[in-house]
Design a binder for this molecule. Sequence first.
Ligand SMILES: *Cc1c(COP(=O)(O)O)cnc(C)c1O
Length: 382
Amino acid sequence: MATPRLEIDLNKLFHNARTLVERLGKRGILVTGVTKATLGSTEVAATLLEAGVIGLADSRIENIETMRLARVSASMTLIRSPMLSQAHRVVEQADISCNTEIEVIRTLSLEAQKAGRNHEVILMVELGDLREGIMPEDLTDAVRETLQLPNIVFKGIGANLACRSGVSPDCRNMTVLSRLADSIEATLGVAVEIVSGGNSANLAWALSGADVGRINNLRLGDAILFGCETLHRQQINDLHTDAITLSAEVIEAKTKPSMPSGLIALTAFGNPTPVTDRGSVRQVIVALGEQDVDPDGLQAPGGIDIKGASSDHLILESTNRDLSVGAEVTFELNYSALLRAMTSPFVTKVMNKRLAEDRDIPELSRSELSHDSLKPATVEST
Ligand SMILES: *Cc1c(COP(=O)(O)O)cnc(C)c1O
């Protein structure tokens, strides 16, 4: 088989997604499946939908377009604020977009009018991580303006933590989001149907048994793909952490000195890492590099150490004599390594098909999966 080769085990992804959908469902939280790390892979999208996610989300309109072209049938949310220059495409292909700038929503409104369709909007709130978000004190005004725009449907509010600054989702900031939903409803008399609390970093909080308040949605990618919560990278009970692997081929295996010889200056990618003289070592090169993967995000099998990488070469050390030319080495990878491997044209992607016996799982009933059913009973929808 071709190398480098990224393999995604769809059975394991299904299990991870299904388990999270069920556990969060018990807490009144629906899962939106995030496809951005797999570039909107049709197979991954279909697997997540089968597992019961309420819809799909991606940060790039291109990936949403890919899934639409492949006839993936689901509600699609653009989770990065739309570029003004892409407003037309966003309205054409995404059902919902997450927004922080009224100017963008105005443009979406104009495009939606031209296209003769409605576009749904979630307003993102800044809760301390200092990535995207409207400041909480400005939120009511932003909702008020949004409500006045033709062909724009205000669907709810959301937050995103732990991405830029590592701020943890907790009872305090999640309560702020819940109270904001309450206050919008009280002030403007409009239903806040979706309250999307965040991403995989929210799982420790969401599954802790704490009161989840108004939070009824999470947008999950990483935890489904890798089986871990993302704040401390702890495995989530019973989830697979090895659904995704990357295999590469040995192109050189020699005994070499561990110490370089000659005058040491910069390397191809910056400063050389200090080395100690460990005598001769078994050095193995695999045909994999910065152009295929983020080498820092690779985890080698036991007994193999990753020693360095350049554009096209990954340097390993191992006493394992089986690592001869032509042998394959299979790595586990993190989010950043996956992102680059998926994006690299040099990496073959293989999706291992779902097994038939895993498909006999009863469907979750549609009503369990609708945000409409989670609308607070006291508020009339407008
Ligand atoms: C990437 C992203 C997510 C998903 O994050 P994971 O860590 O993969 O679960 C959710 N929301 C937004 C806004 C994102 O950009």
